[in-house]
Design a protein around this ligand. Structure first.
Ligand code: ADP
Ligand code: MG
Length: 348
């Protein structure tokens, strides 16, 4: 179906490690004046600043985190950067640099890595971050990709998971559940393709949710928007594992409870229609489906006027005392205790 039928296959052995690194990285621009040395020496050099440095890493493993039968390599490169930048924005910071480490088996030709790096480069150019280093090695089977992102924030601007207070409002950016449903559609098409390789999938009805899965965008705009609105969240986290497990992280670390209102959870119409088609509950998908990379945060109730009506933000509930527990208020006005069913347990 979506398999890359690359005609050219240049074996990695032809270039050698140094030739390969140079080939893959030579077209990257540097954006930050604080990047004193990027790729090419024993270590990158970053100018120190008054600000605090944020560091975050994610490791993606073929067969565990991605499936190359429907994930084009360019998208994989882009997404591997996004998941890291998202963590920097979730600290209310500005992402500045990344390192990229890869392990690849000899099943991958140079052209495949060029695709991967085209995605990484698109992410760097779009988000104005510098690729400053990494490591390259072989693997006996499959591909591994690890990205580390570095960011900056003024000390007083950094937002942790542990600052939520009773009466704070719970806010989410964008909408939820799309990435998980996009994956369901792609998985289904993969099965169809296995049975009938001639089949041409009609994915027009699913463009938004497939894009949410294959080309997620980190919410760089949200820390910028909050600064403009003069709102500093009391706590923040990015939604990589589903709303349920993320709100639990905030509540446990802040030692508070919460009420989330089912009817307030923002859903795209395509999420709703695809849930109907798959006969799954859209709330369940928003709570437990992963990889939306939206931001979940809490703000003081005094900031309500500043955020209300903003099309990027939805208030979905409020923080309570710890002893009230972590609850979902359903459309039928029933209170259910939320469970930490992130992405993983949803898959089981
Ligand atoms: P060393 O042997 O000192 O680890 P390497 O040969 O691994 O050096 O790396 C040489 C330079 O290329 C370093 O700047 C390193 O950070 C960078 N580099 C290596 N692999 C990658 C990669 N996959 N992506 C980006 N930069 C890389
Ligand atoms: Mg090395």
């Amino acid at each position: 179906m979506l398999e890359d039928k690359n005609q050219e296959r240049t074996s990695l052995a032809e270039l050698g490690e140094f030739g390969l690194i140079n080939h893959l990285t030579k077209h990257f621009k540097l954006y930050s004046s604080q990047t004193a040395k990027g790729v090419g020496d024993d270590a990158a050099v970053i100018e120190a600043s008054e600000k605090q440095t944020l560091v975050t890493t994610d490791l993606l493993v073929e067969g565990v985190h991605f499936d190359l039968s429907y994930m084009p390599l360019k998208h994989l490169g882009y997404k591997a950067v996004m998941v890291n930048l998202s963590d920097v924005y979730a600290m209310n910071g500005v992402a500045k640099q990344i390192t990229v480490s890869i392990a690849v088996s000899n099943r991958f030709p140079l052209e495949a890595l060029e695709e991967l790096y085209a995605g990484i480069q698109l992410a760097c150019d779009t988000y104005k971050v510098d690729l400053i280093g990494g490591d390259t090695t072989s693997s006996t089977k499959g591909m591994l990709i690890s990205v580390t992102a570095l960011g900056k924030a003024n000390k007083e601007e950094v937002v942790y998971r542990n600052g939520a207070k009773p009466t704070d409002l719970i806010v989410v950016s964008g909408d939820l559940g799309g990435a998980y449903l996009g994956l369901q559609v792609l998985e289904r098409e993969k099965q169809v393709f296995k049975v009938n390789p001639q089949s041409q999938p009609d994915l027009d009805r699913y463009t938004y949710i497939i894009e949410r899965q294959l080309k997620p965008e980190a919410r760089k705009d949200i820390p910028e928007l909050l600064k403009e609105l003069e709102v500093k969240p009391t706590s923040m986290i990015d939604i990589s594992d589903g709303l349920s497990s993320e709100i639990m992280h905030i509540c446990t670390q802040s030692k508070v409870g919460c009420k989330i209102y089912e009817e307030k959870i923002p859903l795209d119409p395509q999420v709703i229609s695809t849930c109907e088609e798959f006969e799954i509950d859209s709330t369940m998908v928003a709570l437990s489906g992963g990889e939306d990379y939206e931001l979940l945060f809490t703000v003081s109730i005094n900031d309500f006027d500043k955020i209300k009506g903003n099309p990027n933000l939805t208030v979905i509930g409020h923080i309570t005392e710890e002893n009230e527990g972590i609850n979902l208020v359903t459309r039928a006005n029933q209170e259910l205790a939320l469970k930490a069913q992130g992405w993983n347990s949803f898959n089981e």
